[in-house]
Ligand binder design. Sequence first.
Ligand SMILES: [Zn+2]
Length: 208
Amino acid sequence: MRVPFIAPWTGEKQTPVPLVRRPSLLGGGIGYEGEHPRLDRRNGILWVRMPAVRGAGYPRLAKVHALRQRQAMAHMLCQVCGRSTFGREDGTHLFLIAERSGVPIAEGEKTAVPPIHEPCAAESLQNCPHLRDGAVAAWVKNPLPWGVAGIEYAPLTLAPIPPAREGQELTFVPYESPRVHWTIAARDVVSLHDCTPVDVRHLMALAV
Ligand SMILES: [Zn+2]
């Protein structure tokens, strides 16, 4: 089995950095001590610090490498093989979302799960039985930039704020919210529009 493009390796540990307030930002915000303006931020938003040395050590299959996830979302790269998912005649991208109790992908739904090719989806569903439980899929014509998912910090205490949704590790924050300046982003989030559902059994049948 191939190691998915967005899986981190043990050699790619997130580096904790001391936080500071950045009063220069409108409405305030957080920054890193000794921040690197080009490497630590993307479009003005602070991102987790994580080395990108794919293949170093052992893969951590259940986890996500924040910067490769961002790269995959920004360029619509397949989460498994890392190649482009552009090029279909109808201009759609396949999104496969696992562990959903079969709830179909809704119009405008927000996700941090990058797209996937049909054969790559078939391979994942075949090799990772836990993905099959309630997995749903759709062909999506318009995935639009929406925001980030990350850890939000309290302006007064600089303590992390637990995500509002139970069972979630990260808080979803839209680009237009001032809260985005109090967040360390760990995922790029898109909203899914013009969705056509795909039967996951059809994808599984493609597995060889
Ligand atoms: Zn692929």
